[in-house]
Design a protein. Structure first.
Length: 568
């Protein structure tokens, strides 16, 4: 796919974009098309250096020369030491023979060949300390995504890392150190892996693993459109994704073929997400593919899946085209009780609204998302209520796909009527900076009740963005779920909050955005509500309910202590 022109952001945006068929589209900004109430202001402060994050990502090169370098890296929020403060994992590339530029300065090559991922421990005072060497995570690999989860149900958070090459599964030893058990566990997929999710597809209580694989990269293939600099995804065949079933003893079995995860043509996976879209109690899989249709694997409940993307309206973009999709973010953005999907791409992005039995319809244009995203190439997205007004907002990381050409990121504020208003210009100096963005994740790293952000940028430092938005009397609630072992993370649960005649739901998902992972704790903005009723639907269908829960606190709910089976 060719890159599209990018101009500096302007609020009074009326501009013209020409697609590959030469058709002209007139696009007006969300601010002018949506005559809606003005959402509360959001302000982000870049505190990366002040917080002690001294990491600089490398693609192993000084220029972008291939599709592997272009895919980029993600980031993860996790509490690896269980102290209640959210830590940070940053994925990295490195100089790799046969992939990176061999003509780099020898000193530079030696430096980049030793680059590795980084783990930063949250000290609880707004700063972090690099604990990578002590944790045993200094192993060079050409990294892509990070997926924290307690896969073995022992009470601490493990880390799965997808790579161009064998993946890593770092088992948490519980003493601040990790050991790579990917090979013995059977999940060291040697493919070009990108997005991944942990989920319990067969409802046996153990977390299974789905790994999305991208393309069969051939470094010797050199035919491409010269301005692009290197061949795009259509130059390569896709690689098969993998479904690994947990065996309950710390190992996994590849059940891809047996489960029916077989499509023709093979996908070029980028982002992976889970949701129970048909409300049958079984988690389904969404796969966003590059330069081809997306997949929606419906979980049939018998250990097998069937692709229903076309029937459900998720295969293509609004004009019936394959959209070069990147990540996927799943949330109930319009508060109607159904989970929707945001899929960034190289055009106007897709906002798939869940309309129940009728499937999904793309609301990108009508919501204002398409107008705002028209001049950008979107990669990762975060749905969160940044200003605590009860309406989900959307942050999108942007960057060029073929060159180290920077873009600004985008902040869209939910207006409570299914639409969004561009709030980027007033959200602080960071929003006027340009980087080559890729992954982005959300978390309340400082435990002050609002959602902060972490953005990865190619060949650049990441951005840790502290949310300093004015509260104006608005309230919040944080929910930590502890499920029955072995799924202690309660992945697959849904949390519902009711107050003031309204209700909101949040899923407890694995992964998120693009190659990244959010805060494992569930967050709600409550507006002026100070008391709520809270209900949890656990992964096995059991339910817990609490009334008169006070706002502005974190509450931990244990399934064993309070859940009831359906029908009780």
């Amino acid at each position: 796919m060719k890159s599209k022109p990018h101009t500096h952001r302007h609020q009074d945006a009326t501009w013209i974009s020409r697609n590959l068929c030469g058709v002209l589209f007139l696009v007006t900004s969300a601010a002018t098309t949506l005559a809606q109430s003005e959402p509360g202001k959001v302000t982000f402060t870049d505190v990366t250096r002040a917080a002690g994050i001294d990491f600089v990502e490398t693609i192993g090169d000084d220029v972008m020369t291939n599709i592997v370098e272009s895919a980029g890296v993600g980031c993860g929020f996790l509490d690896y030491d269980g102290d209640g403060w959210i830590d940070i994992y940053l994925v990295n590339g490195y100089w790799r023979k046969g992939l990176s530029n061999p003509e780099l300065d020898e000193k530079k090559v030696k430096e980049l060949a030793l680059a590795s991922d980084r783990l930063y421990r949250n000290k609880g005072d707004g700063t972090f300390v690099d604990v990578t060497p002590r944790a045993g995570l200094s192993k060079p690999a050409y990294g892509m995504g990070v997926l924290p989860a307690d896969y073995d149900g022992d009470g601490d958070t493990d880390i799965y890392v997808t790579n161009y090459g064998p993946n890593q599964l770092y088992r948490n030893n519980g003493d601040g150190t990790f050991i790579d058990v990917a090979k013995t566990a059977g999940v060291d997929d040697p493919s070009f892996s990108v997005g991944a999710v942990f989920f319990d597809y067969n409802r046996d209580g153990h977390l299974d693993l789905y790994v999305g694989n991208y393309v069969d990269y051939d470094p010797d293939y050199k035919l491409f459109y010269a301005p692009d600099g290197f061949p795009g995804p259509l130059a390569y065949n896709g690689q098969k994704d993998r479904l690994f079933r947990a065996d309950g003893d710390g190992t996994f079995t590849d059940v891809t073929e047996k489960a029916g995860i077989v499509v023709d043509p093979v996908g070029r996976a980028m982002g992976i997400g889970t949701l129970d879209y048909d409300h049958d109690g079984h988690l389904d899989l969404f796969v966003s593919n590059d330069a081809m249709e997306n997949f929606l694997f419906r979980n049939k409940g018998d250990g097998s899946f069937e692709n229903q993307a076309l029937e459900q309206g998720l295969a293509y973009g609004e004009n019936g085209d394959a959209t070069a999709a990147m990540g996927v973010e799943i949330a109930d953005y319009n508060a109607d009780g159904r989970l929707d999907l945001f899929v960034p791409d190289m055009t106007f992005c897709c906002l798939y609204r869940n309309v129940g039995k009728l499937g999904f319809d793309n609301q990108a244009a009508r919501s204002g998302v398409a107008a705002a995203m028209g001049q950008y190439i979107g990669w990762g997205g975060v749905f969160a209520d940044f200003n605590l007004d009860t309406h989900l907002d959307l942050y999108v990381s942007n960057g060029d796909v073929h060159h180290l050409e920077p873009h600004e990121d985008l902040l869209l504020l939910g207006n409570g009527k299914g639409g969004f208003v561009d709030g980027s210009e007033s959200a602080g100096p960071w929003m006027r900076e340009e980087r080559v963005g890729r992954g982005v994740a959300g978390a309340d790293f400082d435990n002050d009740g609002d959602i902060d952000l972490l953005v990865t940028n190619l060949n650049d430092r990441p951005a840790l963005l502290r949310n300093d938005s004015p509260r104006n009397g608005r309230h919040w609630l944080g929910v930590t779920l502890v499920g029955r072992s072995p799924n202690r993370d309660a992945i697959g649960a849904i949390v519902k909050v009711e107050a003031g005649g309204k209700s909101w739901i949040r899923p407890r998902n694995s992964g998120g955005s693009y190659l990244s992972s959010h805060d494992p704790r569930i967050h709600f903005g409550l507006g002026d509500q100070t008391k709520v009723t809270l209900e949890v639907r656990w992964p096995d269908g059991a339910r817990s309910r609490k009334r008169n829960v006070s706002a502005d606190q974190r509450i931990t709910i244990h399934q064993d202590a309070s859940s009831k089976k359906p029908g009780n």
